[in-house]
Design a protein around this ligand. Structure first.
Ligand SMILES: [Mg+2]
Length: 266
């Protein structure tokens, strides 16, 4: 079944793979250490947009996993890479303040401007959304030439301490509907996110394995970009995940089993 040859590089999901909530997955730090020791090219990929990479590096260090910010691909980082290639020019940011520094390398449009954007980037603004803010994004998108609409993921909602909350997707869909345009999504499972990961790894899709706990976001998303997907039975994994149409390359009890599986592929 496997005609692609042994894998050469890894994409690794964070939440549910290396840790679940505040608890590290048993053996995950040792597996991550093995990957680094073997010099296997790898990138940690996450849909998290609420914290900058420096905070993720600290969090991983707390679980005994040494990383560098450059080893982590988040939707804002993928967006910066994508924008540099596809939409050069001033960028209008609709992202939380904690996320803004990730865009420092780009020219940022003034926060009051209603025109002149090469791209409009929508993140999870949460309580900062109001009519005027959403309408400014709409006005920018209606300019001629039309700027690119970029979404930092398409999560519909999430559960906060006081209940369910709208995430980024409902606002992106409202803008798409109003403008008659389609957003480029830079988050799992969208193809441009995985394409950006491949560009950073400088590896062909068939040489790369994605490992994650989300059958759709991790395994299905990777497969639609030509990347092999391996599922772990930790985090959000449920046995019924394997009853659908997405068939992982392998299913591991946890990330701790990755080194043994990798060696068996050689
Ligand atoms: Mg996950």
């Amino acid at each position: 079944m496997d005609t692609a040859g042994p894998p050469k590089a890894l994409l690794i999901d964070l939440d549910g793979v290396l840790y679940v909530g505040n608890d590290p997955v048993d053996g995950a730090a040792e597996a991550a250490h093995w990957i680094a020791q073997q010099r296997i090219p790898h990138l940690y990929v996450t849909n998290t947009t609420s914290r900058p990479r420096s905070a993720l590096v600290e969090r991983l260090a707390g679980f005994g996993i040494e990383t560098d910010a450059s080893d982590i691909l988040t939707p804002p980082v993928a967006a910066v890479s994508w924008l540099g290639e596809n939409a050069p020019g001033p960028v209008a940011l609709f992202v939380p303040s904690a996320t803004r520094p990730e865009f420092d390398a780009l020219e940022i449009l003034d926060d009051e401007a209603n025109e002149g954007a090469a791209a409009v980037v929508i993140g999870d603004l949460g309580h900062a959304w109001d009519f005027a803010t959403l309408n400014r994004a709409f006005r920018l998108l209606m300019c001629d030439p039309a700027p690119a609409l970029v979404a930092l993921g398409m999560t519909r909602y999430w559960r906060s301490a006081d209940g369910l909350q709208l995430d980024v997707a409902p606002f992106v869909v409202a803008l798409e509907h109003a403008c008659g345009c389609k957003a480029t999504v830079l988050g799992k499972p969208a193809e441009p996110f995985f394409a950006t990961a491949l560009r950073i790894l400088d590896a062909p899709s068939e040489a790369v394995v994605m490992i994650g706990d989300d059958i759709v976001g991790d395994v299905g998303g990777a497969q639609s970009a030509g990347i092999r997907g391996v599922l772990v039975r930790t985090g959000k994994y449920r046995p019924k995940d394997l009853e659908g149409t997405i068939e992982p390359e392998a299913v591991l009890d946890s990330f701790a089993g990755l080194p043994a599986w990798w060696k068996a592929q050689a």
